[in-house]
Design a protein. Structure first.
Length: 221
């Protein structure tokens, strides 16, 4: 074979091998390694000195509250769905308006995704009756079946916040300035495990929540 033919043959062989090499590289090194943490795999160690001690994987416990539409909504409706949860109250003078604005962004990001829902649970149920929550939901353009504003018995709400979602919560006894609650949005997978905490007043952290929710939707365990 003439030298020129040899060179042409080698160039053609190299060109044909490029796709093969790319595929081998992607299979070896191109897998998605973004891991979403699973919180409290070894249980919760007496959260806030008020909750039972456990050394087993922590799951969100059973509960059923009333939504702003008068429907029973709770733990059962979280099965096989990704649920994003926050605790708030409608007369909150500080962080709640910013949190609700950011949660509106979350709703918009998953507007057409049936596998994602939002629970906003009131920590002032004496004032935040379902009709009050319904007005608040309307102001924030909450979509029925997507974003649920929930009302429950006070003792159950506070126990769920502290022992279920592991969030600090203090009753203000009707005084808006005296309520204490977390600004966190909590990401819950379809098994009821906590997968992340994100500041609901920080746009960058809410962007991270949206990203990690999408990763869970696309198969991360």
């Amino acid at each position: 074979m003439k030298p020129l033919r040899v060179i042409q043959f080698m160039v053609l062989l190299c060109i044909l091998m490029i796709p093969v090499l790319i595929i081998v590289f992607l299979r070896a090194f191109g897998s998605n390694t973004y891991e979403i943490p699973i919180y409290f795999e070894d249980g919760v160690d007496n959260a806030y000195a008020e909750c039972p001690v456990s050394d087993q994987q922590h799951y969100i416990p059973e509960f059923t509250f009333t939504s702003h539409l008068g429907e029973a909504v709770g733990r059962t409706e979280m099965d096989d769905k990704i649920t994003i949860v926050d605790f708030f109250f409608t007369s909150c003078p500080s962080i709640c308006p910013a949190m609700s604005d950011e949660m509106t962004r979350v709703q918009d990001a998953f507007r057409d995704e049936e596998g994602v829902q939002i629970y906003s649970i009131s920590i002032d149920p004496e004032y935040d009756q379902p009709e009050v929550l319904a007005e608040y939901a309307e102001r924030h353009e909450a979509r029925p079946g997507k974003w649920h504003f929930l009302h429950g018995e006070k003792d159950e709400v506070y126990e769920l916040a502290k022992c279920g979602f592991i969030l600090p919560t203090i009753d203000g006894m009707g005084e808006p300035d005296d309520f204490v609650h977390s600004d966190k949005f909590v990401l819950i997978d379809g098994q009821g495990r906590i997968r992340g905490y994100y500041s609901g007043t920080t746009r960058e952290q809410v962007d991270e929540l949206i990203l990690e929710t999408k990763i869970l939707l696309n198969g991360s365990k």
